[in-house]
Design a protein around this ligand. Sequence first.
Ligand SMILES: Cc1ncc(COP(=O)(O)O)c(C=O)c1O
Length: 446
Amino acid sequence: MCWRVTVEDYRLIADALAGDIAAGRLRPGDRLPPQRAFARSRGIASSTAARVYGELVRRGLATGEVGRGTFVRSAAPPTQPALAEPAGALVDLELNFSVLPEQPALLAPALERLLRPEALAPALSPATVAGPPGARDAAAPVLARAGWVPDPERILFAGNGRQAIAAAIAALVPVGERLGVETLTYPVVKGIAARLGVSLVPLPVDSAGLVPEALREARVRAVYLQPTLHNPLGLTMPPDRRAALAAVLDELDLYAIEDAVYAFLRDEPAPLAAHAPARTLVVESLSKRGSPGLTLGFVVTPDRAVGDRVAAALRSGGWAAGGFALAAATRWMADGPIADLVRAKRRDAAERQRIAGKILDGYPLRADPHAYHCWWELPEPWRAETFVAAAARHGIAVTPAAAFAVGPAHAPNAVRLALAAPPVSVLARALETLAALAREEYAGAE
Ligand SMILES: Cc1ncc(COP(=O)(O)O)c(C=O)c1O
């Protein structure tokens, strides 16, 4: 049958395929024909076929695996929160957030001033993505890093970092198109991409971070990466690699989304945005440096045109910040408690990292002394999944490498330990239990 389609009709074709899946004519694991063959068989343009497949991915009915094709999903999309909510374990080494004991007292005074009726009234009105007067000027010095100060005019506000990432991806990558990411990446990006109908293309990473040359063959519309304190690997890209990446972005006319959510834990190096100011969108958040419960996200855009696209995505996605959170965070940024918290959290992260290094001494732990997380390549005979299950039986939640892996490649036999949340004494006991598990003291009983 020959389909005469308008651009919008790709949804009708996707509906027909969704019907085939629902009726069992297409079964979980079935490989859909290559897009070009599908386009030929339906009498549609290749770009329409790409949209059809992107729509199936967006609906969670299919999954795109780079180099292998598009497959009918083998099961219902996972309902787990994918590192977005506490795991409910006794000791949570999975969700990496820190709320220091002194934090409420540090943050409360600025809120007291906000709770006066005349100050609260503006915060109860709808917020704009540019924030109320003063918000951008308060944010710019907080987001500034070595060699880089954002232009306040280029700052947009989101509800949190995840929403900032979603808006940046939505603004840069159309449905059905491809976004480059590091082979191991922040897991929520996988969920965001699936919901936006964007295919992730895993790009190789070496000891200096993402390999810029790989972008040449990747055919991506943009790249999302974490150059500083990468989650989960803890890597920080050195300046010369940032410069090389900037040159390739320029040459290929590509944008990068630089996730700098953990970068407040280190002074150096200058962000990718300092090397490629016209090509980089910086996404940031107050969840790690402030609190995950009352937070704010940021997108710093390179120019007005990209800024308009991100602003439109923030509005239409429902990802703009709430008025009260924006007002509270503006006070915190302007009055100084966020700067105090940054200093306290740097000390806290270094202390936790030191404890982890000591307790897990002798194991191949990949860790930056400034980071709130580390990457643990497990000793034989442990497999990441069985280790995670064994840890869970001791009430400890840790994350297997597979949660971060993109694409069909085998995930490394490793786990990420998030060190930020539990009290230090609880963390130390949990790490001792994990060390004993790794030594197989418990292995016979598993
Ligand atoms: C690398 C990275 N980016 C972004 C975020 C999300 O930030 P937020 O909690 O503000 O949504 C996280 C949270 O864990 C993260 O690890």
